[in-house]
Design a protein around this ligand. Sequence first.
Ligand SMILES: [Zn+2]
Length: 432
Amino acid sequence: MADQLAADGQLDQVFGRIEDQRDALVALTQELIRIPTVNPPGDAYRPCAELIGERLRKQGFAVEYLRAEGALGDSERYPRTNVVARFEGRRPGQTVHFNGHIDVVEAGNGWTFDPFAATLTDNRVYGRGACDMKGGLAAAIIAVEALLQSGIPLAGALEISGTVDEESGGYAGVAWLAERGYFSRPRVDHVIIPEPLNVDRVCLGHRGVWWAEVETLGRIAHGSMPFLGVSAIRNMGLFLELVERELYPALDKRKTSMPVEPAGARSSTLNFNSLHGGQAEGFDGLPSPCVADSCRLVLDRRFLIEEELDEVREEVRSLLERLRAEVPGFDYRLRELWSVLPTMTDKEAPVVRALDQEIRRVLGKEPQLIASPGTYDQKHIARIGHLHDCVAYGPGVLDLAHQPDEWVDVDDMVASAKVMAAAALRLTDTRP
Ligand SMILES: [Zn+2]
């Protein structure tokens, strides 16, 4: 249908309408940024959800506010309020859902702009969340409004959601909604998440995550006679040395077929998030002389679609077991903190094909199909909603996410809004 509409000139009309809404798109992005939905703790979710919901209600959407009561992080002080808006077309067809998270990470240091003033300068909007991902959410809203106002008889349905807590795992946001059927067929067929993956790239999925805490154990003794105790810190040193010598080179060699960007993340990676041994820090005065009986290390292992989570776990455990067998006094505990399986949408999936074609049409260049080094809400849609026609596509520049002086380019927002509108037209009008 999109091609037919292009031939009829109707698509140009939609595109023209989006261009006319350029100032409105900037204003909406600014309004969203000026509500400081910082997570943690999860501030101001309700007013931000209402800004989106009340705007769409005026356009004829049915709007629901869904508080994830009792979910991780939800409280009276910090209610986890999501918004889901749905517009029914006039003909049978499929549902396209645009999902944006409304939370942002803390501003941090190093800003030259006020992070919540949403300054417009040099064709860019600056502010926390401009790129990740209030600019993308605003572009999706303008895209859908342009479709509604175009007078084209729409098929299927269009949905927009603003969801919470993506930056902290999405459990009170997309996961909570997915558990209640909001991201499953027959309600929804295609999902586009306007995360900042660059205006000419479609993100098919992400690598897996395994977070674990390794604790080496020792025996306390007087620090002047360390030979009478067992040092958990020295034991941790042995583990770190083994990881350095054997695990890192092995991980570097493992390459994925996933088109992860940046390319450095096409191998398995491992980060040490934190390390602490012996007495607690942050007291005044001198410490007492003790041999450390505990040392804790938090591992952040990102794994590839070619790897199994069990193998990822066993690889670390086997190093620890070897030390236990070989080193007198070596003992440890291994505690899993969090895991996410890798997810990848098929390159031939309808949502990928539709975005691919419309990026070519709007931007006149060949889109890049990529995967993300880090995880985002797509995992919940795939695993809980069992919906696999889902990708991330949005106007922000990936490298700017979470940085000081984060910005989104206004031309990119306009272009991505056109791509999203045309892709939604194409997808809603396909028969199951
Ligand atoms: Zn994001």
